[in-house]
Design a binder for this molecule. Structure first.
Ligand SMILES: Cc1cc2nc3c(=O)[nH]c(=O)nc-3n(C[C@H](O)[C@H](O)[C@H](O)COP(=O)(O)O)c2cc1C
Length: 178
């Protein structure tokens, strides 16, 4: 459960900057440039070896990544708009081009080059992804104000049960509403 304003703060990718990363065939980061580290809020060392999922934003529909991986498995280039999560809970938008890296005709890694996105496109994509999550996964983003004691109780329960705070709230609503 994010309880700070940080989730609403956007980091804008400057127009002259290019975010570059490479992964192994399972999506674990094998290379990250300084720009990727700066924009995501992690250090290059922190990013190395981690699953690229580390910057996955909860606003992104699952089907986008499913399609991404299906495209890569067909050994084709994937291009699309991605909202990413910063280490501090903030976000940044990129236009990503992801494709294979070949050595002696053999697929060895994947590489991604990302460039900035115009504001009108960010708004349109946010709307589209919100719709997709609603249609495909039956979930919507909701921001609510809760009492401190309730938040603490939810956090404690989630910790004890080893599940997410969202799922505690969801179970509670399921029990009391239905
Ligand atoms: C080269 C490469 C770059 C990727 N870049 C991102 C990215 O910037 N943001 C992101 O959320 N997923 C990215 N992915 C997809 C992730 O591997 C992952 O599929 C996605 O974050 C969804 O997580 P999940 O597959 O664990 O559900 C990238 C994958 C590859 C191969």
């Amino acid at each position: 459960m994010i309880t700070t304003y940080q989730m609403f703060i956007e980091t804008v990718v400057p127009h002259h900057q290019l975010i570059v990363s490479r992964t192994d065939l399972h999506g674990n980061i094998t290379y990250a440039n300084e720009t990727f580290a700066d924009i995501s809020g992690y250090s290059v060392e922190e990013l190395m070896g981690k699953a690229h999922h580390i910057v996955r934003h909860p606003d992104m529909p699952k089907s986008v990544f499913k399609e991404l991986w299906q495209t890569l498995k067909r050994e084709q280039k994937w291009q699309g708009y991605v909202k990413n999560l910063r280490k501090d809970g903030g976000y940044y938008w990129v236009y990503a081009e992801i494709s294979g890296v070949y050595k002696e005709n053999q697929l060895v890694e994947y590489k991604s080059m990302r460039s900035p996105v115009d504001d009108e496109i960010k708004i349109a994509m946010q709307r589209r992804y919100d719709e997709m999550r609603k249609e495909e996964e039956g979930v919507s983003r909701v921001v609510v104000y809760l009492k401190n004691e309730h938040i603490q109780k939810i956090q404690k329960l989630a910790h004890e049960e080893g599940c997410s705070e969202d799922s505690i709230i969801d179970d509670f609503l399921e029990d009391s509403l239905f």
